[in-house]
Design a protein around this ligand. Sequence first.
Ligand code: C5P
Length: 136
Amino acid sequence: MADLKLTLVVACALVDADKRVLIAQRPEGKTLAGLWEFPGGKCEPGERPEQSLIRELHEELGITVAEPCLAPLTFASYGYETFHLLMPLYICRRWEGLVTPREGQTLAWVRANKLRDYPMPPADIPLIPHLIDLLM
Ligand code: C5P
């Protein structure tokens, strides 16, 4: 059996006062360009998942999140061709700063029951019902 390369990515559903969720469209030049995803990114060696997420949210969106504001909701586990993705999804309802697309990504605030209208990577799609249960 080939070695399984396990990749840990952390993702976050930012939820606004109207219970809309932030998604970001992966820009040209990245894998899966054009697909919509929950903000986040890869865990770097030595980082706890929450630290990675706080770093990614700051880099990608310019916001500051305090660790107690991150609540784990569920996780994705998906076998891509070259690696297996494990991706915890956190919920965050409070942050500091204005959400700003800092990496050329397009952003959208979407009601949970409309998330299926936005094409997502296959790993992200099974997360949607959890958000519908929580927010609708
Ligand atoms: O964002 P980044 O390119 O570092 O993520 C690594 C890989 O993890 C992506 O190429 C994609 O296959 C997967 N991914 C995903 N869903 C996300 C974020 C990343 O399936 N929300």
